[in-house]
Design a protein around this ligand. Structure first.
Ligand code: FEO
Length: 397
């Protein structure tokens, strides 16, 4: 697949893996993107998961025949991109690994690589005889060694994980030739799952790139972006600033339905307060991957859970921990919960709501044992307060 006269797509689709990183569901598969840049010298940008090595090599040979690969540029060492490094070097023993100091240390650590290397730093350039590569170090987007490579002639950015998304590429590669709409929700989910912890680092990378004209973004996952570049940059900018849209995500856990009754009343309060734009999720029914996506999407967050083993319902504890690990901020938070004899859940939820960047909305609602009219009204009031606060902040924006 030719992207320009000198840039070719040689990535592969993974339609087999059930969970990315063993954690996140891949309902539409995953693309591991790799590219060849061909001048007088040939550079391969990143590799693919090693289970797809035979297909990968056949794609490379379709482009270069029996020619050699002079450089392997490693933008990111996570094995979904570096996995074929060892096998590739066994076929091309003279290939020179291009990376920054940390990349090359990791290459040695993961794959016992000890051949030819070229160490690059911020702003280094590599002339391929025609195309010229320039390197931007973008640490922690998503590992410490991550960098991006910019081809100056075609103004193409090879961005690593950044601007990527879940989803295999169905029959085409660029946003000009395939229906890209299904990829955008998967971009939010991918960001929330994989990159969400590193908002500040994504912002730093975007600032670094802001002076650079970009005609084409070649990420390691998802479509090659050309027409939709500004939309993609806007999504990544908002997500990395933790800017949620006006609306709410209501997530609750329950064992016997009592906390469900509370959640239903909170939802009624949202609607009676004028808020239609919200989603509800029951813990254990929807995979956490999707919960995190909606948490990143919406500004309002309503959380409810029962007490369990003198703590909070375990699935809620996992969600809270994962949101804390992602340094979630800029959220309006409302909380409710239940207990039978020892109150713990609401206390834990309030601790979460008091983290920096969180704003507690309304009164926490706590229910002892059974659901009552009084509790129903308190829950409705919590929903109304959230709706009103969201509208008020939307008006100020
Ligand atoms: Fe697609 Fe961080 O690896």
């Amino acid at each position: 697949m030719k992207l320009t006269e000198k840039i070719h797509y040689v990535g592969v689709n993974d339609r087999d893996k059930v969970r990315f990183e063993g954690l996140w569901p891949l309902t539409q598969g995953m693309a591991y993107n790799s590219y060849i840049v061909k001048g007088e010298k040939t550079a391969l940008i990143d590799t693919v998961d090693n289970r797809y090595f035979p297909l990968f090599i056949s794609k490379i040979k379709n482009v270069i025949g029996n020619g050699k690969i002079d450089y392997l540029v490693i933008n990111h060492m996570e094995p979904d991109h570096s996995g074929s490094l060892g096998l590739l070097r066994s076929l091309y023993p003279d290939i020179r690994l291009v990376g920054n100091k940390k990349t090359l240390q990791m290459a040695e650590g993961f794959y016992l690589q000890s051949g030819e290397t070229l160490t690059v730093a911020e702003g280094s350039e590599l002339d391929l005889g025609g195309p010229r590569l320039k390197f931007f170090l973008t640490p922690m987007v998503h590992w410490p060694e991550t960098m991006m490579t910019y081809e100056l002639e075609s103004q193409t950015l090879f961005s690593g994980d950044a601007f990527g998304c879940y989803g295999a590429l169905n029959g085409g590669v660029t946003d000009e030739e395939i229906d890209i709409e299904p990829y955008f929700p998967e971009m939010i989910r991918y960001y929330a799952n994989i990159v969400g912890k590193y908002g500040a680092q994504v912002q730093m990378a975007m600032k670094k790139l802001s002076e650079t004209n970009i005609e084409r973004i070649c990420s390691t996952h998802g479509p090659v972006w050309t027409n939709a570049i500004s939309r993609v940059l806007d999504i990544y900018n908002r997500l990395s600033l933790y800017e949620g849209e006006t609306g709410a995500c209501l997530i609750y856990g329950t064992m016997y339905g009592n906390t469900t009754a509370m959640a239903e009343s909170v939802a009624e309060g949202l609607v009676s307060g004028g808020m239609k734009h919200f989603v509800m999720h029951k813990l254990g029914r929807t995979d956490e991957s999707y919960l995190l996506a909606d948490v990143f999407r919406y500004k309002g967050l309503l959380l409810g859970a029962p007490t369990y083993n003198n703590g909070i319902y375990p699935l809620m504890e996992r969600l809270l921990t994962d949101m804390e690990h992602r340094s979630l901020k800029n959220r309006l938070v409302g909380v409710f919960g239940s207990f039978s004899w020892a109150s713990q859940a609401v206390k834990r939820l309030q601790d979460f709501a008091s983290l920096p960047g969180m704003k507690l909305v309304g009164q926490p609602v706590e229910m002892k044992q059974g659901f009552s009219k009084e509790i129903a009204e308190q829950c409705r009031e919590l929903g109304r307060q959230m709706a009103q606060q969201l509208s008020a902040e939307d008006g100020e924006a």
